[in-house]
Design a protein around this ligand. Structure first.
Ligand SMILES: Cc1ncc(COP(=O)(O)O)c(C=O)c1O
Length: 412
């Protein structure tokens, strides 16, 4: 049993829920293929990797931290350099923008095929420049949609909840989007974007599916699976140097509306079947809509206004298309107090042992913070089968997306 990394101000008990309805049979269910599939992934990924500035992000082995946590290997997929946006969201929102533009071009101009590169080169600009896309965001999705709109040449309006930071607002505005502040939570901003879009003829590009709006979020989620493909090929390269491909035993994935975790779990499920790693979804204590839904066996919102310093995970309702995949695909659900995320940011910035120093934002570290939390608790380790043989993947889903907040937490 390793020594727990005992955080100072250790606040909050461990909240770990082992799933009672995880499907551990081999085959990825056919009804989920209509949401996410490897076949569709190949199409979407081919488009995304063609965009200027695309590069696979690093997969790092944090050996110092793995030793402290008493596991064999800790893989850290570092999304802090994804395109120029510093978060994995750059894989989803811009693809959603492209899809709505394709739809309009098909309906209005009979254009059957158009690529992102065509639009970047100025094709159909007379139609595209008249189109406005809209979305709600805690920060990263809106920045990604604004970037996509700028790249492909359309207009963009982004709705921010009152708690979103001014640094994140400035980053979105710098990409040419109009920003609307909503006096309320993220979920209220989602509803406002939807209503305004209907009234003003804007096209919603949301990462959050809700009844009556599921097609674009599905495309957005499918875009995220590009990072899993990168991980699999990076592990295969590692395998060449180690003599065999190092298989993953666990993944710890942070959850906001659940699209990210569902995209990763679905890919691994379809690829590995019954041999897929144990999947744990990690959320903030104060924004735990997936945990609550798993406990109740159906989508269940957070009562009142969700609250957490992990700003991009501050959501009160699970995405309707992510939910069934999380319900059947995740093995466990975990919530953590904010202090865990802050301490994990500091730990990464210092580097454990010989590990390199890493910059990661509050929401980006939640999966790793969840792993650290359970690693120090014998019962939780046993329940999850975590031990000296475990090879765990976490995804650092963002860098310092608000540099001022990052400095205030980590220091200089
Ligand atoms: C950095 C970061 N990590 C994780 C997530 C969670 O993704 P999802 O809302 O799809 O669960 C978000 C969502 O915005 C994010 O910005």
């Amino acid at each position: 049993m390793p020594q727990p990394i005992g955080w100072p101000n250790d606040a909050g008990e461990l909240r770990l829920l082992m799933s009672s309805c995880v499907n551990r049979r081999g085959t990825y269910p056919s009804e989920f293929r209509a949401i996410l599939s490897l076949e569709r992934h190949r199409e979407v990924s081919a488009e995304i990797v063609s965009w200027p500035g695309y590069a696979s992000t690093p997969l790092l082995s944090l050996d110092g931290l793995a030793e402290r946590l008493g596991i064999s290997t800790l893989w850290y997929k570092d999304e802090s350099q994804r395109f120029t946006l510093q978060s994995f969201k750059a894989l989803g929102g811009p693809f959603g923008v492209l899809q709505v533009l394709r739809q309009v071009l098909r309906d209005r101009a009979g254009v059957e095929r158009v690529s992102g590169l065509d639009l970047i080169a100025g094709a159909h600009r007379n139609y595209v420049s008249d189109i406005t896309v809209a979305c709600a965001t805690d920060g990263n999705h809106g920045r990604a949609v604004a970037w996509g709109a700028e790249l492909f040449g359309c207009r963009c309006v982004v709705y921010l909840p009152s708690a979103a930071s001014s640094g994140r607002e400035a980053a979105i505005a710098a990409l040419g989007a109009d920003v609307v502040r909503v006096a309320g939570s993220y979920d209220e901003a989602v509803r406002r974007a939807d209503t305004d879009a209907r009234q003003h003829g804007m096209l919603v590009v949301s990462d959050h599916a809700y009844p009556g709006y599921e097609k674009i979020p599905r495309d957005v989620m499918q875009g995220y699976s590009t990072l899993v493909e990168e991980v699999i090929s990076q592990l295969a390269t590692e395998g060449v140097s180690r003599g065999s491909a190092p298989k993953l035993t666990h993944v710890f994935l942070q959850g906001g509306v659940g699209g990210f975790a569902a995209a990763v779990l679905s890919y691994l499920w379809e690829l590995y079947g019954a041999e897929r790693p144990i999947g744990v979804v990690v959320e903030p204590h104060g924004a735990d809509c997936i945990y609550r839904s798993a406990e109740a066996g159906k989508p269940t919102p957070v009562p009142g206004t969700p609250h957490t310093l992990m700003a991009c995970l501050c959501t009160g309702e699970v995405s309707t298309i992510a939910w069934p995949i999380l319900r059947d695909g995740a093995d466990a659900f975990l919530t953590i107090p904010d202090v865990d995320a802050l301490q994990t940011m500091r730990l990464l910035a210092e580097g454990a042992g010989q590990d390199r120093c890493l910059i990661a934002g509050e929401s980006g570290v939640a999966g790793l913070a969840g792993l650290i939390r359970v690693s120090g608790e014998k019962e939780a380790r046993d329940a999850l089968g975590l031990g000296p043989q475990s090879r765990v993947l976490v995804v650092g889903t963002e860098g310092a997306t608000d540099p001022e907040i990052y400095r205030s937490i980590v220091g200089g």
